[in-house]
Write a protein that binds this ligand. Structure first.
Ligand code: PMP
Length: 285
């Protein structure tokens, strides 16, 4: 069955959804994006995603395509038209269409495209077993705090992980883990100490990360935001990742070495449970 896709104010069948070959998103990856989760037909923490979108746009001096309210209204209409109860809604803003030139003209009209994806979020079977990751050198650009569609480096890392029988890759810079290919990375030590990279240009400020760290402190865990090494991760009691689509996902093996007993850890399982309860209860976390 064909989806209904949103393209610049129009709701059209996916086979009729078109953007120009001169769109700068296509030519230069001059575009930013967000992915929000849908549970029981509702968007989870969508206002935080729209705030991060605004920040990405302003860092690139890209004009917003329309108001946040217009985006939200269009998201809800798209969910309704597609009857989406559980899954994802993808949103991409590109700088728009201009003749190909590195420099872009003033006053460009940015473009907004959105589509839905059906996905098993709550009962994701991988959460029961946890995932395996490999470590790969982080060759991405130096402004990972901006959520651009220039995703070739993390795509290659994830492809390598899959070829090696793992689910994902953790990216390493100067011996320290930055984050996963499309998620934030954490380790647990001393039973209740959670360690994750501090915010900066080196990682994306995950919307799930913000919510989970808040829930973790409320639940009595301590949180240390600092860089950690691959060796520390290998010796940790637990490891996990967070993202809008995976929530809290245990990591049970890194580069072929089991973490803890090689099973999902209690902290990760507990944080996953808390996150799901909160996401079902409230739309803004
Ligand atoms: N880091 C990177 C590089 C990502 O692509 C993502 C997913 N968009 C995240 C972290 C997690 O962010 P969020 O929790 O907002 O999905």
């Amino acid at each position: 069955m064909s989806r209904i896709v949103y393209v610049n104010g129009e709701f059209v069948a996916e086979e009729n959804a078109k953007v120009s070959v001169f769109d700068r998103g296509f030519l230069f990856a001059d575009a930013v994006y967000e992915v929000s989760t849908v549970l029981q037909g509702n968007l989870v923490d969508n206002n935080a995603h729209l705030r991060r979108l605004s920040r990405s746009l302003s860092e690139l001096e890209m004009a917003p395509p329309c108001s946040d309210q217009e985006i939200t209204d269009a998201q809800h209409k798209l969910l309704e038209l597609n009857g989406l109860e559980e899954g994802l809604i993808y949103l991409q803003v590109s700088r728009g269409v201009a003749d190909r030139d590195f420099g872009y003209p003033a006053g460009m009209q940015s473009s907004l495209v959105m589509f839905t994806q059906t996905k098993n979020i709550l009962n994701n079977p991988i959460a029961d077993t946890g995932i395996k990751v490999i470590t790969v050198e982080d060759i991405r650009w130096k402004r990972r705090d901006i959520k651009t569609v220039g995703l070739l480096a993390p795509n290659m890392a994830k492809h390598e992980a899959k070829q090696k029988g793992a689910h994902d890759a953790w990216l390493v810079e100067d011996g320290f883990i930055t984050e996963g290919t499309s998620n934030n990375a954490y380790i647990v030590t001393n039973g209740k100490q959670i360690i994750t990279r501090q915010l900066g240009h080196e990682i994306l400020s995950g919307i799930t990360r913000t919510a989970v760290l808040k829930f973790a402190e409320t639940a009595g865990y301590t949180v240390q935001e600092r860089a950690f090494t691959v060796q520390e991760a290998l010796e940790a009691q637990e490891a996990f990742i967070t993202s809008a689509s995976l929530f809290v996902m245990p990591v049970v093996n890194i580069d072929g070495t089991d973490i803890g007993d090689g099973k999902p850890g209690t902290v990760a399982k507990n944080l996953r449970k808390i996150y799901i309860e909160q996401a079902m209860d409230r739309r803004d976390l």
